[in-house]
Design a binder for this molecule. Structure first.
Ligand SMILES: C=C1C[C@]23C[C@@]1(O)CC[C@H]2[C@@]12CCC[C@@](C)(C(=O)O1)[C@H]2[C@@H]3C(=O)O
Ligand SMILES: O=C(O)CCC(=O)C(=O)O
Ligand SMILES: [Fe+2]
Length: 351
């Protein structure tokens, strides 16, 4: 049993019988979701069928109201979702020492470790993860799976390809809801026309082990994603919650085969503040572990700047944000965290 201040390895969390002090969060009443009451209507983010003829409107409303939604009929096969989930399980089931062989270096983003936002919180999060940010994951996979390396790299490549297609489809539809097309955005037009893929992206495999005191622990603390949009596959166990001003924390119940999408900071900028970059977090469970796979799409390849779409800026209101590349935005985010959008806000916006 770990003593109060013992340094606990995140690779072994699931075997702990008590919650170490370093993982004990002081959660207030506002941090918890309201107890279920028969009178209360259980709110949830919308589930949108991508084959619905009214898909553009449905997506637009969900983006405006929630900054998040779930999608059915998205075209990604169940067997691919199962494969990427079982790859994740195989990795997280390994002994801690093996997982640490894939640990992210100080400089690198790719690799095994705590969530990157951990540095902004006093307490530790009850989770571990593997970030796949660029081609360097191949070397890590070779170390982890010398025999099954080709198979697992193939699954990741296929998953990335499918996510790119889906992200591109979502971008067109969501832009449509703002009355613009990809042709109104220079980088989006180029991306669509070129053979080159969707540009920059990161896949994060998250694992939330069983926890002896889930009420006092936090799987992944409240944050917004820095990218344009995130597509998330969650295993058959709830834990993801989104924050809505009027409702507080709302749980996103998993629906088999359905993917969760959320607006990130860059889309908030692109929409000139019309779509909220949704604050979300992950809670943990006493008896069941949980896996989630997040595909974070950061936008075009190279140092391309994202700025509010000019066509929607003038008529409706002043331009709220200055142009920024994803890499610059990430630098700012990991300096000032939840003040990053303020840091690139235009001080005296005029038309
Ligand atoms: C490109 C990135 C976005 C991300 C930080 C990172 O450098 C790599 C992992 C991403 C992730 C995944 C889990 C949640 C999150 C907030 C984090 O700590 O690491 C996001 C980061 C982000 O969107 O800012
Ligand atoms: O595990 C989840 O449900 C949330 C994961 C997440 O927010 C992320 O990876 O950015
Ligand atoms: Fe997130």
């Amino acid at each position: 049993m770990p003593s109060i201040n013992e340094d606990v390895s995140i690779g072994n969390l699931g075997s702990l019988q008590t919650l170490p002090d370093s993982f004990t969060w002081k959660l207030t009443a506002a941090d918890s979701i309201l107890p279920p009451s028969s009178a209360a209507v259980k709110e949830s983010i919308p589930v949108i069928d991508l084959s619905d003829p009214d898909v553009t409107n449905l997506l637009g409303n969900a983006c405006k109201t929630w900054g998040a939604f779930q999608i059915a009929n998205h075209g990604v096969s169940q067997s691919l979702l199962d494969d990427v989930e079982s790859l994740s399980k195989t990795f997280f089931d390994m002994p801690s020492e093996r997982k640490l062989e894939a640990a992210s270096s100080n400089k690198g983003v790719s690799g095994y470790g705590e969530p990157r936002i951990s540095l902004f919180f006093e307490k530790k999060m009850w989770s571990e993860g593997l970030t796949i940010a660029d081609g360097s994951y191949r070397n890590q996979f070779l170390t982890i799976w010398p025999r099954d390396y080709t198979k697992y790299c193939g699954i990741i490549e296929e998953y990335k390809g499918e996510m790119e297609k889906l992200a591109s489809r979502l971008l067109s539809c969501i832009l449509g809801s703002l009355g613009v097309t990809v042709d109104d955005i220079e980088w989006a037009k180029k991306t669509e026309k070129s053979e080159s893929k969707m540009g920059q992206s990161v896949i994060r495999l998250n694992h939330y082990p069983v926890c002896p005191e889930p009420e006092r622990a936090m799987g992944l603390a409240a944050h917004t994603d820095s990218c344009l949009l995130t597509i998330l596959h969650q295993s058959n166990m709830g834990g993801l919650q989104v924050f809505k001003e009027e409702s507080g924390w709302v749980t996103v119940e998993p629906i088999p085969g359905v993917l969760v999408v959320n607006i990130g900071d860059l889309f908030h900028i692109l929409s000139n503040g019309k779509f909220p970059s949704v604050v979300h977090r992950a809670r943990v469970n006493r008896t069941k572990s949980r896996i989630s796979i997040a595909y974070l799409w950061g936008g075009p390849a190279g140092e391309v700047e994202i700025s509010p779409i000019s066509k929607i800026v003038g008529p409706v209101g002043p331009c709220l944000y200055r142009p920024v590349t994803w890499s610059e935005y990430l630098r700012i985010k990991f300096e000032v965290f939840d003040k990053a959008l303020d840091a690139i806000g235009v001080v005296n916006p005029t038309n």
